[in-house]
Ligand binder design. Structure first.
Ligand code: CAA
Ligand code: FAD
Length: 379
């Protein structure tokens, strides 16, 4: 594992940094306040090739590596985690699964517009009664010969209201347990498919989170990804990479808050000297910098393992567990360093603190990452 970034990776990181500064920062407070989806910004992210970053150019993607993906996720998340989660879901949970396991027809029809950023995708595993306990699917996809009859409700779906293509996990053969689960490509507009109201959230308020209802939706057989019964494994394999994206999102939230706190501590004076001259503030900054660097290394290690064709399930769970805890701790300290100013929206750190919380919950809570990690190390 090399610690130097290539010239191309440095350029990609700079492009993401500039985009975050000039396109995401203006309006980020207002979008958070009004729960406004960053539609214009997401369109531009698509034009930059950031929505299909790791997809092969022959399917409309940018053919970049996972290290570049981590760099981009960190930079975007420093400013706007509501926009970066669109990048993460579209890349890791939707495009990856379609490219890796889809048929050529599925790739041409669904992957190409998603990778080009012309359409947005959603990944639909969670249900009211199946979050951490993801094998306990209540949504059913009954085999009717030429099509599946899809019935049920999905909860908390990111991009729920703005996506066109939904990868929906559902139980086909209940008697086979998780071996009887399938994943189906569902299009927006299919009869019987309705999108519920947008959730009113603590953080990532610009992100578009909805429940989805399926009532006798006829999904053609050719929209199943993989063999009959592959759906749960599909979800788990896809989440291995997704967790790298969310780890990098957490890293970005933490480093964004740290950079603001560092700057502020040099400007604000108390007792006749800058905050940064007080040892207790210096120690907070030292802890933040050290933990962020450790989180960054875990993210890059997981990405490097994936890029070099090695197993990365353990590394991605470790990265997500650690980076999300660092994001929470760092953003709380960043608010503290800002004092009362940290408590108001104009200084950005309170939003980062609210946004940090979700990284400990979605794509597997911290407790679930510990289950995955302990199973791997005890195997
Ligand atoms: N790769 C391949 N197969 C895997 C796997 C992996 N990484 N992890 C598990 N499996 C397989 C197991 O081998 C097993 O199959 P076999 O019986 O054939 O061996 C099957 O899956 C079931 O596994 P377990 O017996 O380990 O299942 P479990 O009920 O104990 O739970 C779990 C496993 C890890 C806790 C899993 O349920 C889980 O990851 N839960 C969290 C769900 C989650 O992360 N949801 C995220 C939703 S998406 C999202 O949140 C997006 C967003 O916000 C932006
Ligand atoms: P539960 O599973 O009910 O867990 C509640 C608490 O109990 C947690 O702290 C959990 O860690 C703990 N717990 C549960 N089981 C155990 C155990 N065995 N041991 C120890 N502790 C345990 N899902 C999707 O499919 N697609 C999406 O796009 C998506 N986007 C989301 C966006 C947002 C904003 C949110 C809030 C959620 C999103 N989710 C999505 C769902 C998310 O993945 C789940 O919320 C998460 O997996 C936890 O499930 P749950 O909410 O049902 O909590």
């Amino acid at each position: 594992m090399y610690f130097d970034l290539s010239e191309e990776q440095i350029m990609i990181r700079q492009a993401a940094r500039d985009f975050a500064q000039f396109e995401l920062k203006p309006g980020v407070i207002e979008r958070d306040e009004h729960q406004k989806f960053p539609a214009e910004q997401v369109k531009k992210l698509g034009e930059l090739g950031f929505l299909g970053m790791m997809v092969d150019a022959k399917y409309g993607g940018s053919g970049m590596d996972t290290i570049s993906y981590v760099l981009v996720m960190e930079e975007l998340s420093k400013i706007d985690a509501s926009a970066s989660v669109v990048v993460s879901v579209n890349n890791s949970l939707v495009c990856y699964g379609l490219e890796k396991y889809g048929t050529e027809e599925q790739k041409q029809k669904y992957l190409v517009p998603l990778a080009k950023g012309e359409k947005i995708g959603a990944f639909c595993l969670s249900e009211p009664e199946a979050g951490s306990d993801a094998t306990s699917q209540h949504t059913t996809a009954i085999d009717m010969g030429d099509y599946y009859l899809l019935n049920g409700t999905k909860n908390w779906i990111t991009n729920g209201g703005s996506a066109s293509t939904y990868l929906v996990i559902a139980q086909t053969h209940a008697e086979r347990g998780h071996h009887g689960i399938n994943v189906l490509i569902v299009e927006r507009g299919m009869e019987g498919f309705t999108v519920g109201p947008k959730e009113n959230k603590l953080g990532i308020r610009g992100s578009d989170t909805h429940s989805l209802m399926f009532t006798d939706v006829k999904v053609p057989k050719e929209n199943r990804i993989g063999e009959d019964g592959f759906g749960f494994k599909f979800a788990m394999k896809t989440l291995e990479g997704g967790r790298i994206g969310i780890a990098a999102q957490a890293l970005g939230i933490a480093s964004g808050a740290y950079e603001l706190a560092l700057q502020y501590s040099k400007e604000r004076k108390t007792f006749g000297k800058p905050l940064a001259d007080h040892q207790s503030i210096q120690f907070k900054l030292a802890d933040m910098a050290t933990e962020i660097e450790a989180a960054r290394l875990l993210c890059l290690k997981a990405a490097w393992l994936k890029d070099s064709g090695q197993s990365y399930a353990l590394a991605s769970s470790m990265a997500k567990l650690f980076a999300s805890e660092v994001a929470m701790k760092t953003t709380i300290e960043a608010v503290q360093i800002h004092g009362g100013y940290g408590f108001v929206k104009e200084y950005h750190v309170e939003r980062l603190m609210r946004d940090a919380k979700i990284t400990q919950i979605y794509e597997g809570t911290s407790e679930i990452q510990k289950i995955v990690i302990s199973r791997e190390i005890l195997k």
